[in-house]
Design a protein around this ligand. Sequence first.
Ligand code: NDP
Length: 248
Amino acid sequence: MGRHAIITGGSSGIGRHLVTAFVAAGYDVAFTHFREEAGAAETIAEAAAAGGRARAFDSDVGEEAAVARLMDEAAEWFGDAPDVLVNNAGIQTWSPLLELTQARWDAVLRTNLTGCFLNTREAAKRMVSAGKRGAIVNIGSGCNKLAFPGLVDYTASKGGVEQFTKVAAVELGPHGIRVNCVAPGAIETERTKAEAPDYAETWGRVTPLRRVGTPADIAGPVLFLAGANAGFVTGQTIWVDGGVFTQA
Ligand code: NDP
């Protein structure tokens, strides 16, 4: 019997690489996109080149009805409940606290934290009903270890994701469902490159491993946490940052 994974935010960046890595590892992958039809098509093409099955679903992670619909449609496509959920979708912009609007705050919390809650609840319900010992991996952020000015909304949301991971792990553990978090450091994606063309050089200079991270650096630990080799690991956060947020 094949394994089935749902990955939110698969139309670009880290999410796109997660889709192809899971497909290459033998999973059928249902991934979501929100605004980026073209990005979703590119992800499907990359997944096909990796030799597997991936399908895009248009789903806003912060909308309760849309999440329930996604879970039902994905289960229908799989012919089964999911084995794995990766809560990857997220947004981030910079704004000083004194200029941060409530609209921006709400959008960031809704996507990064409420999205993680809704998708986890709906996926876990279906795993429990099907008697599956599933795995959920949340994408947090290395920025939680520090206090970056201009990221108060994002840092609050990702701090929430890390704490959510612990409580969800304790509550879902008796059902055999593991919940963990991967907290990336500086990862070069289309988004981060667009924000700062010298992103790789800047972060490579200050990172102990002397390079910026790539989406592939994130996919390995996520696959590990999703799989049987991590069968006794739950409630944990793995920092995947080349040591940049560990150093004093
Ligand atoms: P991208 O901006 O490249 O990708 C974000 C993804 O989230 C897109 O697929 C986007 O879909 C999706 N998304 C955004 N809003 C929604 C929504 N409301 N509903 C559903 N999907 C949505 O970001 P990255 O790949 O850089 O980041 C991926 C994750 O990793 C995020 O959670 C981010 O916070 C985290 N992270 C990234 C780091 C980095 O250095 N890159 C560092 C630390 C953490 P669409 O484009 O279709 O709207």
